[in-house]
Design a protein around this ligand. Structure first.
Ligand code: MG
Length: 247
């Protein structure tokens, strides 16, 4: 009896699918074609060079787009197409402030791997001056997983460790959706982050609880657009080819 019911159901289902296919074939395809808005051209000369609608934040020549996070001029060293953390001069941040962005940035930890754990090639890419995507030499260097390279510091462990050897250039491609706050400053929608490390997906649209903090738990705070900040953690980490597209 049970078998018969299953056969009948299967026959009925097949007939329904056939009827639907015949009905679909008679439909005009035009009403489901959406022609507007036409995406603006964003010509991309290569997979890593800035596309035509990007804002270039560092092209290897100067720090004209940056200031010191402590105020005044950015004091990092520019040489051979890269900029490098000058120990104890503080982080640097963009003059411009951003909301939702796509960010491409390349970084390199010192080829001579000294120090251990968090003290080996530590820097960081802070979105809106608050949310750190960790930069660290995580090639055969043990530390807490939510603090290794690519971690959304102390909030999300990267899905894999895509790290290259110290001294090799690496890349982050980040999609950041800024948090939304009510007029009274209540968090309505958290920030979301997607990150590719050397082209490998390590965070897929993960929510951000609040600013990255070393101690304690993050507490959301209302803010508007803010700069992209690079951390001085005392290690000579270099950066190059930094560009952003506002979303
Ligand atoms: Mg860091």
């Amino acid at each position: 009896m049970k078998h018969l019911v299953l056969v009948l159901l299967s026959v009925a289902w097949t007939a329904q699918v056939q009827a639907q296919d015949e009905w679909r074939e008679k439909l005009d395809p035009k009403p489901t074609e959406v022609w507007k808005p036409v995406p603006v051209v964003s010509a991309s000369p290569s997979f890593s060079l800035p596309p035509s609608d990007a804002i270039v934040l560092f092209d290897g020549k100067d720090l004209s787009q940056w200031v010191s996070a402590r105020g005044g001029e950015a004091k990092w060293k520019v040489a051979e197409g890269a900029m490098t953390v000058q120990r104890n001069t503080g982080g640097i941040k963009t003059k411009r402030e951003f909301g939702d962005v796509q960010l491409h940035i390349e970084w390199r930890t010192p080829s001579e791997a000294t120090g251990e754990g968090q003290n080996r090639g530590n820097s960081g890419v802070y979105l809106q001056e608050r949310y750190e995507v960790q930069v660290l030499d995580s090639y055969q260097n043990e530390t807490y997983a939510n603090g290794q390279a690519g971690a959304l510091y102390k909030q999300h462990i990267p899905m894999v460790n895509a790290s290259r050897k110290p001294g090799e250039w690496q890349s982050y491609d980040i999609v950041f959706t800024a948090p939304r706050f009510s007029e009274k400053g209540t968090l309505m929608v958290p920030a979301y982050v997607t990150v590719f490390h050397n082209g490998v997906l390590i965070h897929n649209h993960v929510p951000v609880m609040g600013p990255s903090v070393y101690q304690g738990l993050p507490v959301a705070e209302a803010h508007g657009k803010a700069a992209i900040l690079l951390q001085d953690h005392g290690d000579a980490v270099s950066y190059r080819n930094i560009w952003v597209r506002e979303l």
